[in-house]
Write a new protein. Structure first.
Length: 187
């Protein structure tokens, strides 16, 4: 016997494995291997086709646009939150900058990791100010500029939704949201 003593259970497992290998015909083993290989190939093909979006390495180059986002309110605007996406996923957010009014001049809050990683095909952006109501903007105010890369082809179909707007003290207010693109397209 070799240097290792086998327990009765280990001998049974070894004998059972040898029996299965001897009893199962090689055709079944070959068929099972071919089925497993075909399944693996189909899964890889489906993954690679699904991964080929408008921003894949072989895709036609897109263009860059700036989407200026405006909030309009009759009351002083202290806080806002919006969601921007493109209906068919043909947009990647590449950067965000602040608005024109002093309270929102700094870059707003957003998922910086998604933008830096190039995976932000939709974005939620928000900002707030603790200034006094007299120092807050009223009326039509650009609150942010979203820089996007748009896939080649049809014009983008941006979807913009105001999630929240508030005035000093965190009180909700009625407001409207709109956007312009630097190429002159308006919603």
């Amino acid at each position: 016997m070799s240097g290792r003593a086998r327990t009765p259970l280990a001998r049974r497992v070894h004998a059972g494995a040898w029996t299965i290998r001897r009893v199962v015909p090689s055709r079944i083993t070959a068929l099972a291997a071919a089925t497993a290989l075909a399944t693996l190939c189909a899964a890889l093909l489906a993954t690679s086709v699904r991964g080929q979006d408008a921003f894949s390495a072989g895709a036609a180059p897109g263009t860059f646009e700036v989407v200026d986002v405006y909030v309009e309110s009759a009351r002083p605007l202290a806080a806002w939150q919006f969601e921007l996406e493109e209906a068919d996923g043909r947009m990647r957010v590449v950067g965000i900058e602040g608005g024109e009014a002093a309270p929102f001049a700094d870059a707003p809050y957003y998922d910086r990791d998604a933008v830096d990683g190039g995976t932000a095909d939709r974005i939620i952006v928000a900002n707030f100010s603790l200034l006094e109501p007299d120092d807050l903007p009223v009326g039509h105010t650009r609150v942010a500029s979203v820089h996007v890369r748009v896939a080649a082809g049809a014009a983008p179909d941006y979807r913009l939704r105001l999630i929240a707007a508030g005035t000093a003290g965190g009180r909700p207010i009625d407001a409207e949201i709109s956007f312009d693109t630097r190429n002159g397209r308006r919603q």
